[in-house]
Design a protein around this ligand. Structure first.
Ligand SMILES: C[S@@+](CC[C@H](N)C(=O)[O-])C[C@H]1O[C@@H](n2cnc3c(N)ncnc32)[C@H](O)[C@@H]1O
Length: 483
């Protein structure tokens, strides 16, 4: 369209519309160019990842920084292979989701490490052996780790809210936790001779039978030996169907070929392995509001645990991606570690009890022998102390005595300081800041409240990234400029 003189005059008039307009335009341009730069940086960051996967000694594989990393840098952004609602993380749902993956995804999934907490009724030994053969360096001798304090190895307090390795509470009602989830020595029958074969059931009868994801019969008869055999068989199933199709296939043949290559034969042992991989690698998909879904991300699955994590794993419910962000500066060569559990207010023995679900004893800096635990103990005391008041405030009690709110503000500030000193820099710290901000606000300490709110938002931005709905909501609620 040719420029119209009328439009031109109008534009000029508009342009002359005052300095305010000009400033606004300038700001908009600055914002746009900043956004462009950010996009470029992101593209660059994902072209050349800031980390590489390599051997992490006794931990198996791990992810290590290949260059210096800034706090808040997004390191991983990947859609989970599959997601399950938390209340549905039954074995059958896990196995079914696995069967619906594409063959190459199934192969990648089976390449993840698996700690054998659960074994098949008829194959207790085989499943355990296969996990070890599978390079699951995460399956140490149980004698080496803290012994579980109950015969089952599954304590109520081992149920964590961050990850699903300890999803025992979400197993089907008919599922007997006492019998189903055992450390490997018990499961294999080696550790407890009194254990009956029937006690070794992991999958319920209906879940454990051979299942075929196709209306046709499997072309490969899968022997119940170990997971490597099963993987080979799985591979053979797809290869067989691949080689069957020849030149000159019709479109129908193509469809048939697609269906064939999707075919997946599941035996009891493979099903158990699939479930154990889920238990070992799935994350609660923390979108900052709900923790009611879980998923497995191929890259994030290689992150090992530290009780002083330097990265945070989250879920962006808008993009549908799992994300991993740096919580602090990470030097080239350092390992990227996330926290499998929420261990802020927990002492080493409590953390270790929870982590036994993944089959290792943590040796991170916070777990080192002789490490002074007084700071964690103080955090624990404060967490318990403020819990009641926090609950009352969340329930909308505005008539709390000022002295009590002042005391709570002080306690939360102390907790935030201790957590920062302990290197606990994730969203839990943000929660403490927001709690303290709310207390300060209630007693008229507005400036302090605003500073705490800003710190909390900064932590959320570093942990989740600016495009995560939780950050967008926090920015809308808080002070945009200061954040
Ligand atoms: C989600 S996978 C992590 C990646 C795994 N290392 C691999 O090779 O694929 C979890 C398993 O890694 C191992 N692991 C993770 N953190 C560890 C740690 N701090 N110390 C020892 N082993 C660890 C355990 O065997 C655990 O069951």
């Amino acid at each position: 369209m040719l420029p119209s003189p009328v439009n031109d005059v109008h534009k000029k008039k508009k342009r002359r519309g005052g300095k305010k307009e000009q400033l606004k335009r300038q700001h908009r341009q600055e914002r746009e160019s900043l956004q462009d730069n950010m996009d470029d940086d992101d593209a660059e960051a994902f072209d050349t990842p800031a980390f590489a996967s390599r051997n992490a000694g006794a931990k198996g594989l791990g992810l290590f920084a290949t260059r210096n990393i800034e706090p808040g840098e997004r390191l991983i952004q990947e859609p989970p292979l599959f997601i399950l609602p938390k209340q549905d993380t039954m074995n059958a749902a896990i196995v079914e989701s696995f069967m619906h993956l594409r063959p190459e995804q199934r192969a990648a999934y089976l390449g993840l490490s698996s700690y054998t907490t659960c074994t098949a009724k008829t194959q207790a030994g085989a499943a355990e052996t296969s996990a070890a053969e599978d390079g699951a360096t995460s399956s140490p001798d149980v004698e080496d780790s803290d012994p579980p304090t109950e015969e089952t190895g599954c304590l109520a307090e081992q149920v964590d809210h961050r990850s699903c390795a300890s999803d025992v509470q979400h197993l089907p009602r008919s599922f007997d936790i006492e019998k189903s989830c055992k450390p490997p020595n018990l499961a294999s029958g080696r550790g407890d001779p009194s254990l009956e074969e029937s006690d070794k059931l992991e999958l319920s009868e209906s879940e454990a039978t051979t299942t075929v994801l196709s209306d046709q019969q499997p072309k490969v008869d899968v022997p119940n030996r170990n997971v490597h055999d099963l993987e080979d068989a799985l591979q053979a199933t797809t290869t067989d169907s691949d080689t069957r199709s020849g030149v000159g296939d019709t479109a129908d043949d193509g469809d048939q070929q697609d269906r064939d290559s999707d075919r997946c034969v599941i035996t009891e042992s493979l099903a158990v392995h699939v479930v154990n991989i889920w238990r070992t690698n799935s994350y609660m998909l923390d979108d900052g509001i709900n923790l009611d879904s879980a998923g497995v991300g191929l890259t994030a699955s290689r992150l090992n645990h530290s009780c002083v994590p330097n990265v945070y794993t989250a879920y962006n419910s808008t993009s549908g991606c799992m994300t991993v962000h740096a919580l602090e500066p990470i030097a080239a060569g350092d390992e990227l570690c996330t926290a499998y559990i929420n261990g802020a207010g927990k002492l080493r023995s409590e953390r270790h009890a929870q982590l036994s679900m993944w089959g290792f004893t943590c040796t991170c800096i916070a777990c080192a022998d002789g490490r002074d635990e007084s700071r964690r103990r103080d955090i624990k005391t404060l967490v318990n102390k403020v819990e009641k008041v926090k609950k009352q405030m969340l329930e909308g009690h505005v008539d709390l005595p000022v002295a009590q709110i002042e005391q709570t503000a002080g306690d939360l500030l102390d907790q935030a300081t201790l957590m920062s000193e302990e290197g606990l820099l994730g969203p839990d710290l943000a929660d403490v800041c927001f709690g303290a901000a709310r207390c300060c606000m209630l007693i008229g300490r507005r400036e302090e409240a605003s500073a705490l709110q800003t710190s909390g938002i900064g932590i959320l931005l570093r942990s989740y990234g600016i495009d995560n709905p939780i950050c967008i909501a926090a920015l809308q609620a808080g002070d945009l400029d200061e954040a």
